[in-house]
Design a binder for this molecule. Structure first.
Ligand code: GDP
Ligand code: MN
Length: 390
């Protein structure tokens, strides 16, 4: 879950990282009022989940009220790489002597947290890594011990921070590590981490991603999700407690069990199709649950055909079939005549397929194996695609 800059800064402040006080607003009038209250000069910053806002005209300094108004008018509604600006962050402008870079993330290959630091801040870190890799310090942290102040001093020193701010940079790194750890973040990045002419070390920007699966441990952070930019079907699924991930294709997928759903995506791709979503219906055969899942899948207009891949274990296939029949009778396949391929295998699969056949549901095709089901659904989607464009 990616946070907007100002939300990231809230978490920074919670752990003692120096940030400028400011205000998040959504209208020009509120922006001007906030700027007047904060005191000039201020910086007017677009709040979107994409980097490079400065270059795109989404970060502007204002010396007085008329400039604040002018910038707020220009930046609100601005399209930055496909993200429309709906929120502005107004903060008191900082004087900058130097721009550094700092981040903490999980190095999956090394299976360890990693702190990165560079004196080449304010530019994209990928560029630094490519053009002057010697200017980027990568330091692995013992997850059980955490980042000590001594280690942080060493990182700042190795990285070439100015001698008089080594202590300040080390404090910032320790605090950033604490943000990453205590907030269950997957990434905590400051670019730029600035040194002011008064030699104060401060986070001028914040890029924080939180682990959505750990969110239940952080009631304070639950309101932070940027629902504006979230896929609306994913949001609905989350509210319903359903595991749904939107994908780019046109074949709706439902299975019971995350592993089975993932292999279903693979088999459909192998058969030449493109999955439209991941949806794990979990255990159980409840008609209400099936109906909810079908509605989620069909809420995506791109879906041309749907594959249900059910493996009966403890949940018996005949029970699942009854759930499907009840659900389909209620929905009528969404009234869109979208074809469904249902693969039932496992406990009582013969009875399950018999029940489906007897029900004579229009647009529902039974299959026994995964490959057979995948080929069928890909062919049905292709046929509909051709029909739609003809
Ligand atoms: P990004 O472009 O999306 O990474 O947005 P940043 O928040 O990093 O801002 C981009 C650049 O604007 C920074 O690297 C700074 O050079 C500049 N900037 C941002 N805030 C201030 C400020 O308070 N004072 C000054 N002088 N420059 C700022
Ligand atoms: Mn930045």
């Amino acid at each position: 879950m990616d946070l907007l800059e100002y939300q990231g800064k809230q978490l920074f402040a919670r752990h003692g990282l120096e940030v400028s006080a400011g205000k998040a607003v959504t209208t020009v009038e509120d922006a001007v009022a906030a700027a007047n209250e904060i005191g000039y000069p201020v910086v007017v910053k677009a709040q979107v989940l994409v980097g490079g806002r400065g270059k795109a005209g989404g970060v502007k300094l204002a010396a007085d009220e008329s400039e604040a108004r002018e910038h707020a008018e220009k930046i609100l509604g601005l399209d930055i790489k496909g993200h429309i600006v709906r929120t502005l962050w107004i903060e008191h402008a900082s004087d900058i002597a130097t721009e550094y870079y700092a981040s903490v993330l999980l190095d999956r290959q090394a299976k360890q947290p990693m702190v990165m630091f560079s004196v080449e801040g304010g530019i994209e870190i990928e560029q630094v890594a490519e053009e002057s890799p010697d200017k980027l310090v990568r330091h692995h942290v013992d997850a059980l011990k955490g980042l000590s102040r001594e280690e942080a001093v060493e990182i700042a020193t190795t990285g070439g921070a100015d001698a008089d701010v080594i202590g300040g940079v080390a404090d910032a790194l320790v605090a950033l590590y604490e943000v990453w750890l205590k907030e269950d973040a997957t990434l905590a990045e400051i670019n730029p981490l600035i040194v002011t002419p008064e030699r104060q070390v401060k986070a001028l920007d914040a890029k924080v991603s939180l682990d959505g699966n750990a969110l239940y441990r952080h009631p304070d952070n639950q309101g932070l999700s940027d629902s504006e930019n979230e896929d609306p079907i994913e949001r609905r699924a989350k509210e319903q407690g359903v595991q749904y991930v939107a994908l780019d294709g046109d074949i709706g997928i439902l299975g019971n069990g995350a592993g089975l759903v993932m292999s279903t995506l693979d088999v459909v791709a192998q058969a030449g199709g493109e999955p439209a979503n991941f949806l794990d219906a979990g255990g159980g055969s409840d008609a209400g649950k099936v109906k909810q899942a079908v509605e989620l899948i069909l809420a995506n207009d791109k879906v041309k055909a749907v594959l249900f891949n059910i493996f009966g274990g403890i949940t018996r296939c005949d029970e699942v079939a009854k759930g499907l029949i009840a659900a389909f009778e209620e929905i009528g396949a969404g009234g869109k005549a979208i074809p469904f391929v249902v693969r039932l295998d496992g406990t009582n699969d013969v009875q399950g397929r018999e029940l489906l056949q007897q029900a004579q549901l229009p647009n529902v095709h039974a299959a026994r194996t995964m490959n057979e089901a995948a080929e069928k659904v890909v062919a049905l989607a292709a046929a509909r695609g051709a029909g739609a464009t003809a």
